[in-house]
Design a protein. Structure first.
Length: 204
């Protein structure tokens, strides 16, 4: 058994579960942005906190599998941006599948979740980080020659292009990039090219 567990928790219930309930004890590394501590949709009921269990993969309970043409796998707070945009656009052909644990990789749970949707549905990984950062390469590896390879699924990427810096250094550029990522993930029309990073204008 591995010596630690890595995860990105997106609900309070999932955040507390593993190391409290599981029979094993190991170091738990949790990557959670502070913004989710006050996000109005990042909540769990008292019943969930008391009786629920940790779910390494959270499927899209609101999606109709027969209408889904694209499955977007995501982790972290980007999920809430995608959820809001999908609701605003009233899109019902995109499913949002949340990966709550990276290691050990939840291959069985992810396989079961993907089985709900047509094999012809496009499968993509969406992230906020540049392509050479974040979980993209690790997740892709699971589909290339890891435990997910038996599905023979091609996985696409939606996110920022490779960069030496994790941030643009400009709030205006960051917002434009974020909107482009959300639009591309949902296949919406967007004026700003995806992941176009420009230097912040000089100020006197």
């Amino acid at each position: 058994m591995a010596g630690l567990a890595d995860s990105v928790r997106q609900t309070p219930e999932n955040g507390k579960r593993p190391n409290i309930i599981e029979p094993w004890r190991k170091p738990l590394v949790v990557f959670t942005p502070k913004s989710l501590l006050r996000h109005p949709r990042c909540v769990s009921s008292l019943a969930d906190l008391a009786e629920g269990r940790f779910e390494p993969v959270l499927d899209d309970g609101g999606a109709n599998p027969t209408r889904i043409r694209r499955v977007v796998m995501v982790a972290g707070k980007l999920y809430y941006d995608l959820l809001k945009a999908r609701e605003d656009q009233k899109k019902d052909d995109v499913a949002l599948l949340r990966l709550e644990e990276f290691y050990p990789f939840p291959a069985a749970e992810l396989t079961r979740a993907l089985a709900r949707y047509s094999p012809s549905a496009e499968l993509v990984w969406a992230q906020e980080e540049p392509k050479n950062m974040g979980a993209w390469r690790f997740v892709r590896e699971q589909f290339l020659d890891g435990p997910m390879r038996e599905l023979r699924r091609v996985i696409g990427y939606v996110g920022r292009e490779e960069s030496a810096s994790p941030a643009s250094g400009s709030h205006k550029v960051h917002v434009a990039e974020q909107e482009a990522i959300v639009a591309e993930a949902l296949r919406s029309a967007v004026e700003t090219p995806l992941a176009v990073r420009q230097a912040a204008p000089a100020t006197s």
